[in-house]
Write a new protein. Structure first.
Length: 510
C-alpha cells in the first residue's frame, strides 16, 4: 500500500504506547511518513521528553491494528492546549489488514504511487552519498588495520595489555581527529538537506556505517537506550569513565573518538562546574558553622557528588536529597556513593527519592514533601535538555521557591553552539532541545524580581549554566543557627534512605 493511501486511512488513527515510566498513553495521529509520525496530546497530559523510547506501541484505524513496535521521540512542539510530538518508527506496519476489496480494485494505481514514492524516498543526494562513502571507506580501512595489529602485534603476548595501551595512546588522537573531520563534513552536508529528505538519508547512513558505529560501547548505549531514555546513568558513566572501552582495538578507538566530541567534553566540564559549585556553597556555609542542604533533580549516577565526597572534607557538612524516577538508577547511585564514602573515610547524609520530575513538580507546587525556603542549593543538570520551554520555566519558578535567602538554584542546558547536533540525532538517535542564551535567561521566574540571575558557560560554549540566587539582604536571620537534621524535612535521615511515592523504603528494598 502506498504511503499516500495509508496516510489517508490513518488521519483518524489512534496511537497507544507505554512511556519509559510505565504509563499507558493514548493519542490521536496527526501526520504520517514512512518512518515517522506526529501525534497530539493535551498539554496537561504531556509527560514525554526528547529521545524517550516509547514501547508497546500500537496504531489502530478503527478496530484494525496497523502498526506494532517502538517509537523514539524526536520533537515536542507546544500548540496552545495541545502538544504535537514527532517520533521515529522502528517497528512493523501490518499492511495485510488493509488488503480489502477496495485496495485490490485499484492495485495498478497503488503500484504506480508506490513506485513514485519509493524513488522519491530513496533519492540520495550525490554529495551525501559520497560523504558517507568516504566515512565507510575510512572505517573499513581502520577496522582492517586494527585486526591486523591484534593478530600480529598483540596476539599471544604476555605484555598485551601494556602494549595495547601504548598503541591506543599514540593512535587514539589521530583517529579522533580523522573522525571529527568526517563528522564536520556530515554536519555541513546535512544542513543543506530539505527536511523531507532527512529520513531517507538517515536510513542510507545507518545501512552503510551503523555496523561500525555500534561497536563503541558509548554509541551502543546511546542508540539502544536500555532504560527507555537518553542520558541514563550508563551513558553518563561511559562519558566520564575510561574512554578506551570496547571488545576490540577498533571499538576502543571509535569509543574514544565519540568521547572527544564537543557535547561529551561539555558534559565532562559540567561535572567539574558542579563540583566547584558544591565546594563553594558548602565552604561558605561551613565557615559560619552551618550545614548545607542540597536537592539534586534527575540525579543519575551523581558523579559530581561522588567526586565531591572523595575530594572535599567539607562534604561531611552537607545533607543531600537525590531525586530520580528510575529505581535501577537509584540502586546504582546508592552503591556508588557508599563506595565513595568508604574510599574517602567520610560519612555523608543522603536520601534517595524515587519520583518523576512531573510528580516532583506537582508535589512541590502544592507545598507537599518539599518545604519552601529550606534548601541552600538546588540543581538540575541534564533534564532541561529534554523538556520543553514552558515546563522548564514552571519548574525553575518552583525551584526558586524552595531555596533559602542567599540560596542558589542551578539549571543547565546544551547551547546552540553544539558542534554535532545531526551526528547525535542520526548516528546515535539522541535528540535534545538546545537553547539560546536568551531562552535560558527567560527561564528565570518573572513573578519574583528580587531573584539575581547570571548565565555562565564553559570553554566549549556548549554548556549553559543558569544561576538564580535569592539576595541575602532580604533576610535578617540568614546566619541563624540551624538544626543539623534540617535536610530531612521531618523524614528519616538515615544515610542511603530511599523514599518512593511519598513513603520511605530502606536501601535494601530498592
Amino acid at each position: 500500500m502506498s504511503t499516500d493511501s495509508l496516510e489517508k486511512k490513518l488521519s483518524s488513527g489512534v496511537i497507544s504506547f507505554l512511556t519509559s515510566r510505565g504509563q499507558r498513553v493514548k493519542a490521536r495521529v496527526r501526520d504520517l511518513r514512512a518512518d515517522s509520525l506526529a501525534f497530539e496530546l493535551l498539554s496537561a497530559e504531556n509527560i514525554l521528553q526528547m529521545s524517550e523510547v516509547l514501547r508497546e506501541v500500537e496504531i489502530k484505524v478503527g478496530e484494525r491494528l496497523a502498526y506494532q513496535g517502538e517509537l523514539t521521540v524526536t520533537g515536542i512542539v507546544p500548540l496552545g492546549v495541545m502538544v504535537v510530538c514527532d517520533a521515529r518508527l522502528s517497528g512493523n506496519w501490518l499492511l495485510d489488514s488493509f488488503a480489502t476489496d477496495d485496495f485490490l480494485a485499484n492495485i495498478e494505481e497503488n503500484l504506480e504511487n508506490h513506485t513514485v514514492e519509493w524513488a522519491r524516498d530513496h533519492e540520495i543526494r550525490p554529495v551525501f552519498r559520497a560523504m558517507v562513502g568516504d566515512l565507510e571507506t575510512y572505517l573499513t580501512g581502520l577496522e582492517t588495520w586494527c585486526e591486523q595489529v591484534e593478530c600480529g602485534g598483540l596476539a599471544n603476548r604476555s605484555d598485551r595489555e601494556a602494549r595495547e595501551e601504548q598503541i591506543l595512546t599514540r593512535v587514539g588522537p589521530i583517529v579522533s581527529r580523522e573522525i571529527a573531520s568526517h563528522f564536520a563534513d556530515y554536519e555541513r552536508v546535512v544542513k543543506k538537506l530539505d527536511a523531507d529528505l532527512r529520513v531517507a538519508h538517515r536510513a542510507h547512513l545507518m545501512k552503510t556505517v551503523h555496523r561500525f558505529i555500534l561497536q563503541s560501547p558509548f554509541s551502543y548505549r546511546c542508540f539502544k537506550k536500555p532504560l527507555g531514555y537518553a542520558g541514563d546513568y550508563g551513558m553518563v558513566n561511559l562519558m566520564l569513565g575510561n574512554p578506551y572501552q570496547g571488545a576490540t582495538l577498533f571499538a576502543k578507538l571509535l569509543n574514544n573518538a565519540f568521547l572527544e566530541t564537543g557535547p561529551v567534553t561539555a558534559h565532562q566540564n559540567r561535572i567539574h562546574y558542579l563540583v566547584d559549585t558544591l565546594r563553594e556553597v558548602a565552604t561558605e556555609r561551613a565557615a559560619k558553622g552551618l550545614r548545607t542542604r542540597v536537592l539534586n533533580l534527575g540525579c543519575g549516577p551523581a558523579q559530581e557528588i561522588r567526586r565531591f565526597i572523595e575530594e572535599e572534607a567539607v562534604s561531611e557538612m552537607c545533607d543531600f536529597e537525590l531525586l530520580d524516577f528510575s529505581a535501577e538508577t537509584l540502586r546504582h547511585t546508592k552503591r556508588e556513593i557508599g563506595e565513595s564514602q568508604e574510599r574517602s573515610g567520610r560519612h555523608i547524609n543522603f536520601s534517595l527519592i524515587q519520583e518523576s520530575i512531573q510528580g516532583f513538580l506537582r508535589q512541590a507546587s502544592r507545598g507537599e514533601e518539599y518545604d519552601k525556603n529550606s534548601y541552600d542549593l538546588v540543581y538540575c543538570a541534564g533534564l532541561f535538555d529534554y523538556l520543553q520551554q514552558r515546563f522548564c520555566a514552571k519548574l525553575t519558578s518552583v525551584l526558586t521557591e524552595l531555596i533559602k535567602q542567599d540560596g542558589l538554584v542551578v539549571v543547565t542546558n546544551v547551547s546552540k553552539h553544539n558542534t554535532i547536533p545531526s551526528v547525535m540525532e542520526d548516528f546515535l538517535d539522541w535528540s535534545i532541545i538546545e537553547r539560546t542564551e536568551e531562552e535560558m535567561l527567560a527561564l528565570a521566574p518573572t513573578e519574583n524580581l528580587s531573584i539575581l540571575k547570571e548565565l555562565k558557560s564553559d570553554v566549549t560554549r556548549i554548556n549553559l549554566f543558569l544561576e538564580l540566587r535569592k539576595p541575602a539582604a532580604l533576610r535578617s536571620d540568614v546566619d541563624a543557627p540551624e538544626k543539623t537534621d534540617a535536610a530531612t524535612n521531618g523524614r528519616s535521615s538515615l544515610s542511603g534512605t530511599v523514599r518512593s511515592g511519598g513513603s520511605h523504603l530502606a536501601g535494601s528494598e530498592l
